[in-house]
Design a protein around this ligand. Structure first.
Ligand SMILES: *Cc1c(COP(=O)(O)O)cnc(C)c1O
Length: 473
């Protein structure tokens, strides 16, 4: 499989090249030149275990990896020990016709672990093979950071520099990241929103000389390998809720950076019979606005609301560019023009353009959930069967219920466990969620982080001091 940039750069690249990189050199995102169609493979794939299926999917996109090596890395990543269940992503029934795809039983209790556990192993393998070191620069709204840090802590070839919005994550999320004491992990608490953090990462990544000098790589959802790893569970979920190929399912995905639902879009492009891809947002409803109106209007960091589903407090969805690239027929010039409009006017409009029809035909629909909706959904599910939904998952279930069609199974994605967001759970049902024993004393562990202003210059200075040019971590 060859890769190219959404902005047009076609320097030949394979999976091994895009694995360690962040943005493409021209500022775009790396995408495969085509999505492989797998319609005819589905009956055979139906019988596979999660790791077996992951190998099949990965092998299509990473055909420059020896298959035996992929198998070894996948098996090491997806174990019952790490995910609490050998099915890795089991499916539960929430109510007739509405299923919950459980993605959050990994080491940090959010769906990010599924990709990140594999990424940790892929990175280490690739860097050891090359005899190289890498400095990971990332931004997190809460869950990517801990998933990445847990997957990469103590790794000899890697240092992690993770920007998080100071004071905007739950106490559990903060403690999860900041209590990691490994010297290769650096937590930078930025005085701003997640979008500010992401803008800083982008600004630094766009400086190619700096990026090369400091050997910077990415683990944010712009990293292509993360998307591929997530494609796997859409297939697995489809097989879990259907009996035969040809049956259609709808999926509903609590969305922020558009990385999770993009993997669903790719599964659909590969031939998985997904009818509707339902995007659920919280009060930060940029994506809902787009799918309802055709206008993509990003907000500034200052306009981003702080909500009780904080991992979705995102107003500029970096993976959206990969979707729009497909919508404009993979025409990089058209894509560049839209992003020029976005950068200069803060918005672009597709409804009355030739691309509006492509959006309408994409299967995407959307909905928005508020704090009150979130609490009501947590409450109603708890009253029904005693299950406690995490606030983000509740946003998805709220919107998924609204889009439910008779005779089409709706699969709602569980993106975190409620233990991470006890404050909101208490507000909804007046009791604490259970927390896994390993996290019993989490908030009382010593924390280690550096507070910095939302200023790319200050972050560069920190990297100059801690990610030296000839890195030997
Ligand atoms: C990251 C995250 C999301 C948003 O996922 P995207 O891939 O950014 O759209 C939703 N819920 C939780 C709990 C998350 O951690």
């Amino acid at each position: 499989m060859q890769y190219q940039s959404t902005r047009g750069d076609r320097q030949p690249a394979r999976f091994r090249d895009v694995l360690l990189g962040g943005l493409a050199p021209d500022g775009g995102l790396m995408v495969p030149v085509a999505y492989p169609r797998v319609d005819r493979l589905l009956p055979r794939w139906r019988a596979l275990s999660y790791p077996e299926l992951a190998v099949e999917v990965l092998a299509l996109f990473a055909d420059d990896y020896p298959r035996a090596e992929l198998e070894r890395l996948v098996r090491a990543s997806y174990t019952a020990a790490a995910f609490g269940d050998e099915r890795i992503t089991p499916v539960a029934l929430l109510e007739p016709g509405i299923h919950l795809l459980q993605l959050s039983n990994g080491p940090t209790l959010a769906f990010k672990d599924i990709a990140m556990q594999l990424i940790g192993n892929l990175f280490e393998h690739e860097l050891a093979y090359r005899g190289e070191h890498l400095n990971i620069l990332g931004a997190t709204s809460g869950d990517t950071g801990s998933a990445a840090e847990v997957a990469l802590r103590g790794r000899a070839h890697l240092r992690v520099f993770m920007l998080s919005p100071h004071g905007r994550m739950s106490a559990f999320q903060r403690a999860q990241m900041y209590s990691i004491q490994d010297p290769n992990i650096h937590n930078l608490a930025i005085e701003g929103s997640f979008d500010d953090c992401q803008d800083i990462v982008k600004a630094i990544g766009a400086d190619l000389a700096f990026k090369r000098r400091h050997r910077l790589g990415a683990v944010n959802s712009i990293n292509w390998a993360r998307i591929v790893a997530q494609v796997v569970y859409y297939f697995r979920a489809y097989f879990a809720v259907t009996r035969a190929e040809g049956q259609i399912v709808d999926v509903c995905v609590p969305s922020g950076n558009f990385g999770n639902v993009l993997a669903g879009w790719i599964a659909r492009q590969m031939g998985l019979p997904i009818g509707r891809l339902v995007v659920a947002t919280n009060e930060n409803d940029v994506l809902d606005e787009f799918f309802r109106s055709g206008t993509y209007r990003v907000r500034s960091g200052a306009e981003t609301q702080v909500t009780s589903s904080p991992s979705m407090d995102i107003s500029k969805a970096s993976n959206f560019e990969r979707f729009i690239f497909d919508i404009v027929g993979r025409d990089a010039a058209a894509l560049r023009e839209l992003w020029w409009e976005l950068d200069t006017r803060g918005a672009f409009h597709l409804r009355d353009t030739p691309f509006g029809a492509a959006v309408a035909a994409s299967g995407f629909v959307s909905g928005r959930s508020s704090h009150a909706d979130r609490l009501a959904t947590i409450r109603s599910q708890y009253a029904r069967d005693g299950r406690i939904l995490d606030p983000h998952t509740a946003d998805g279930v709220k919107v998924g219920r609204a889009w439910r069609r008779p005779d089409v199974p709706m699969i709602c994605l569980e993106t975190a466990l409620p233990a991470k967001f006890a404050e909101t759970i208490r507000a909804a049902i007046g009791r604490d969620p259970e927390r896994p024993a390993a996290f019993a004393d989490l908030e009382s562990r010593p924390q280690r982080y550096e507070v910095l202003p939302a200023d790319a210059g200050r972050v560069r200075a920190y990297l100059d001091a801690h990610a030296p040019e000839a890195d030997h971590a």
